[in-house]
Design a protein around this ligand. Structure first.
Ligand code: ATP
Length: 451
């Protein structure tokens, strides 16, 4: 069994591993990079897609009362007036008159805020100015007020404005939910901590429509469902907690709000928000559009504007959380170098099975290739025949491949291979004919080993 060398994963280590192994690259890097924009490399896109698919499956396939949607990023500008974003989606911006650094006033340490002095250099700060976070552009060749469109700052509004369409076209009955995953854009004043806060990001949102007097019950329901989801995703429970919004930070439309927070290397931060948005959104859209957004309950013959319980998670922020949560550096008995292992849950690991011949010669490579081809139908695989076997295992540990199998001379005699488990480094012999089934069983039963 290996011992943890250093549990305190740092952002430097994560950013370096992410770049070195092709998870996340700085955007436009050859031009010096674009601040706060990031690209997902060959392994990063696999990880992100798997997290996305995992959420989608959890929220739609496993709930017969939730349907999906994929709305356009650009929407009618009135949407953002109705939603309150044009008037209220602002951050208070302050500048340091001395070092010219820019901050969100509400994020300054209390002392700096009171003294109106810069946390970087101690210089004087300007008065706060409200800065709207929406990116504004124009449709068509004329840049006038009539052609203004915004890049959506959240995916939620696409769901609200389609409420009537979904009710009329699907056989949904309240209570029901609409789920959506997509890009959102915010002109954030301060973007730091890698992919934690970026101007372009992805959200996974589910809006659940309920009867006005049943919001409390559903709010509690979704709070516990969402926490249970992270356990299923393989996240260490001691790194997660709820935090209730105080009256001073509650959004104007929200009745009650909780964040699910994760303990990132830079502290406890929001991962997901769960909000009781009351009937604010649909009432406003009814008012601004002039359309009737009441729901007619066919059984009780009641008409009402539903309340909405929202669960809003960041996909790209979840990827950072997964990277941080998976990382471990271990001392391996009898080995000089420590090993870095990413404990991704096998359901979201970019590669599920690494396949190696012990050596290239004597027909072992051909057998390994054949096995790898056979497994491709069911799993994402990676074939590697280069270098010492120990090194090949380490490379897969570092990208979080949960299972590796090695073809050796015994394979030619008894048609078995070595199956090695990433977390425990335990090795067993498994008949080639049973590999698919065995791996499937292991994925279902997976429990993280190590810290
Ligand atoms: P903050 O107050 O930190 O700016 P928020 O409370 O406005 O964030 P929400 O509007 O509740 O965030 O967004 C829901 C989720 O979307 C967040 O929990 C987060 O995971 C994700 N998210 C929001 N803004 C960003 C961003 N700039 N970059 C990456 N993810 C984001």
């Amino acid at each position: 069994m290996a011992d943890t060398v250093n549990n305190a994963v740092t952002m430097e280590k994560l950013v370096s591993l992410a770049k070195r192994r092709g998870f996340v690259f700085q955007s436009s890097e050859i031009y010096g990079g674009l601040s706060s924009a990031w690209d997902y490399g060959p392994l990063g896109v696999e990880l992100k897609n798997r997290v996305r698919d995992f959420w989608w499956r959890e929220m739609t396939q496993l709930h017969d009362d939730i349907v999906g949607l994929d709305a356009a990023i650009m929407m009618h500008p009135r949407v953002w007036e109705a939603s309150g974003h044009v008037a209220n989606f602002t951050d208070p911006l302050v500048d340091c008159k001395n070092c010219k650094n820019r901050f969100r006033e509400d994020q300054l340490p209390e002392d700096n805020r009171r003294a109106r002095r810069c946390p970087e250099c101690g210089g004087p700060l300007t008065e706060p100015r409200n800065f709207n976070l929406m990116f504004k552009t124009h449709i068509g060749p004329v840049e006038d007020e009539a052609s203004v469109v915004y890049l959506r700052p959240e995916t939620a509004q696409g769901i609200y404005v389609n409420f009537r369409n979904v009710v009329q076209s699907s056989r949904v009955k309240i209570p029901f939910g609409i789920a959506q995953i997509g890009k959102a854009f915010r002109n954030e004043i301060t973007t730091k901590n890698f992919i934690f806060r970026t101007c372009e990001f992805e959200q996974m949102e589910m809006q659940f429509f309920v009867k006005p007097d049943e919001d409390g019950r559903w709010f509690e329901h979704w709070k516990s469902e969402r926490m249970a989801y992270y356990a299923k995703l393989g996240v260490r429970p001691e790194k997660l907690r709820f935090r209730q919004h105080g009256a001073d930070e509650l959004a104007f439309y929200a009745k009650i709000a909780f964040d699910i927070e994760y303990e990132f290397p830079f502290g406890w931060k929001e991962l997901e928000g769960i909000h009781d948005r009351t009937n604010y959104d649909l009432s406003r859209h009814a008012e601004y559009s002039g359309k009737d957004l009441n729901f007619l309950d066919e059984e009780s013959h009641e008409r009402y504007i539903p309340y909405i319980i929202e669960t809003s998670a960041g996909l790209t922020r979840t990827v950072l959380m997964i990277l941080a949560d998976a990382y471990e550096e271990q001392e391996v008995p009898g080995e000089e170098e420590s090993r870095v292992v990413m404990h991704f849950h096998p359901k979201i690991a970019p590669i599920t099975v690494g396949v190696f011949p012990l050596v290239k010669k004597d027909g072992l490579a051909e057998i390994a290739r054949e096995i790898e081809k056979g497994l491709r139908e069911d799993f994402s695989t990676f074939y590697d025949q280069g270098g010492a076997i120990g090194r090949r295992y380490r490379r897969q540990d570092e990208i979080g491949t949960p299972y590796c199998l090695t073809v050796d001379y015994q394979t030619k005699e008894d048609k078995t291979v070595t199956l090695r488990f990433r977390d425990s480094m335990e090795q067993i012999r498994v008949p080639i004919s049973e590999l698919s089934e065995r791996i499937r069983t292991e994925i279902k039963a997976y429990k993280r080993v190590g810290s």
